[in-house]
Design a protein around this ligand. Structure first.
Ligand SMILES: *Cc1c(COP(=O)(O)O)cnc(C)c1O
Length: 376
C-alpha cells in the first residue's frame, strides 16, 4: 500500500536527497558554471556546464515534480528564470507557423502582447477567450488557461475545458500561479502541461523571480528542457536554492494566507464602499462551486472594487500592514491597484489583495481602520 503523505509532509521533504554519510543534510546552492569532466569523452559526468543542468536545479525540479504529481503518475519539471520564461517555453517551444493558440483575454497581462506581437509575427494565429469561456478550441493546437485568473479571480471548469480541447486535438497548458500545486493539480484535472510563476506564492517571500513547466508527457518535457537549454532561460542556482528552502513552508504559509483571505473577503463584503469582492473560497462567490470541485485550497489572493483611485491611495497610506506592491503570494500583505499599469480592463478602484501570514485578527483590525480612514 502506498501511503500518500499530507501536504505539510510532502512540502517539507520535497527535493530531499537520500541521506549520505558526511554529506550536508541541507545542501547549499551549487554556484558553478563549470564542472570537472573526465579527461576523455564518455566519463560519468552528469554536470558539465551550467546552462543545461545544475544539481540545485535538479533538487528543485524533483521537489516541484513531487508537488505537481501528488499521488499520480510521475511528473517531469523544468525550472525557468521567471514565469514569463516558462510561458515562453510552452508557447514558442511547442507552436509552429500555421498553428492556432487560444490564450486568456483576462489573465496575466504580459502574455497577451507577447502572443499578439511575437507569436503572430511567426505565423501563429492567436485567439483570446475569457476565463469563463466560451473557448474557441476548433482547429487549435494549444489552449492556455489561467485559473483562478489574475487579477479577476474567475475560475474555469478544468475537466470540462480540457475534454473539449482534447476532443478538438489541442494540447492544454494551465497557468497555475495563483493556486500553486498544493491548491490545484491541473495534471490530475486533464491538463497536459502546467506553467507557473514561482515568483508568487510558491517561493512566497518577495525576494526572487522563478518559473516552471511540468508535464507527465516525456516528449513535452523534453521540448521544454530543450527550449531552456537553447535559449538560456535558466534560473540562477541561488534563486533555485532559495525557492527550494521556501517550499518547505508552503503548506503552512498557504493555510494562513487562505484563512486571512477568507476573513478579508468577509470584511470587504460587509463594507458599503466596496463592490464586487471576488474570492473563490467564499461560499456565495460566483466561482465557488466550480472551484470547490477542482481546487484543494483557495490561496491568499482576492480582488475587490473600491470607489476610486484616491480611496485606494488613502487606504494604503493608512494601513500599517498592507503595502503597495505589484506582486502577490508574499508572507506580507500587499495591495495592487491594477488600473495604474494599464494592462488589465478593470475599474480605477479595482484592487488585488494578496494576504500574507500576519495574524488574522491583526490584519482585519488594520484593514478595518484603513478603510475607516479612507472613508473619512
Ligand atoms: C506573475 C505572473 C506571471 C509572470 O511571472 P514572472 O515570474 O513575473 O515572469 C505569469 N502568470 C501569472 C498568473 C502571474 O501572476
Amino acid at each position: 500500500m502506498t501511503v500518500v503523505p499530507g501536504d505539510g509532509t510532502l512540502a517539507s521533504h520535497a527535493g530531499e536527497r537520500p541521506a549520505a554519510l558526511g554529506e550536508p543534510a541541507r545542501p547549499g546552492p551549487v554556484l558553478s558554471s563549470v564542472f570537472h569532466l573526465a579527461p576523455a569523452p564518455g566519463g560519468p559526468a552528469l554536470d558539465g556546464y551550467g546552462r543545461p543542468d545544475n544539481p540545485t536545479y535538479r533538487d528543485l525540479e524533483r521537489a516541484l515534480s513531487a508537488l505537481e504529481a501528488g499521488s499520480g503518475d510521475p511528473v517531469r519539471t523544468t525550472t525557468f528564470a521567471s514565469g514569463m520564461a516558462a510561458i515562453s517555453a510552452v508557447l514558442f517551444g511547442l507552436l509552429k507557423a500555421g498553428d492556432t493558440v487560444v490564450i486568456p483575454s483576462d489573465g496575466y497581462y504580459a502574455t497577451r502582447p507577447l502572443a499578439a506581437d511575437r507569436l503572430a509575427a511567426f505565423g501563429v494565429t492567436v485567439r483570446e477567450a475569457p476565463t469563463l469561456g466560451p473557448y474557441p478550441v476548433e482547429g487549435a493546437a494549444l489552449v492556455l488557461l489561467e485559473t483562478p485568473s489574475n487579477p479577476g479571480m474567475d475560475v474555469c471548469d478544468l475537466p470540462a475545458v480540457c475534454a473539449a480541447a482534447h476532443a478538438a486535438g489541442a494540447l492544454v497548458a494551465v497557468d497555475n500561479t495563483t493556486a500553486t500545486p498544493l491548491g490545484q493539480r491541473p495534471l490530475d484535472l486533464g491538463a497536459d502541461l502546467v506553467v507557473a510563476s514561482d515568483t508568487k506564492a510558491l517561493a512566497g517571500h518577495g525576494d526572487l523571480l522563478l518559473g516552471h513547466v511540468s508535464t507527465r508527457d516525456e516528449q513535452l518535457a523534453a521540448k521544454a528542457r530543450q527550449w531552456r537549454t537553447w535559449t538560456g532561460a535558466i534560473p540562477g542556482p541561488f534563486e533555485a536554492w532559495l525557492a527550494l528552502r521556501s517550499l518547505a513552508t508552503l503548506d503552512v504559509r498557504l493555510a494562513r494566507q487562505a484563512a486571512n483571505a477568507l476573513a478579508v473577503a468577509e470584511l470587504l463584503s460587509a463594507r458599503p464602499e466596496v463592490r464586487e469582492v471576488r474570492y473563490p473560497g467564499r461560499p456565495g462567490d460566483p466561482a465557488h462551486a466550480v472551484a470547490a470541485r477542482q481546487m484543494r485550497r483557495y490561496g491568499g489572493v482576492l480582488s475587490a472594487v473600491l470607489p476610486d483611485a484616491a480611496f485606494v491611495e488613502r487606504m494604503l497610506a493608512a494601513s500599517g500592514l498592507a503595502s503597495a506592491v505589484t506582486s502577490f503570494g508574499d508572507v506580507r500583505t500587499g495591495i495592487d491597484r491594477r488600473a495604474q499599469w494599464g494592462g488589465d480592463v478593470v475599474p480605477d478602484g479595482f484592487i488585488r489583495i494578496s494576504c500574507g501570514i500576519e495574524d488574522t485578527a491583526d490584519l482585519i483590525a488594520d484593514l478595518t481602520a484603513a478603510l475607516d480612514a479612507a472613508s473619512g
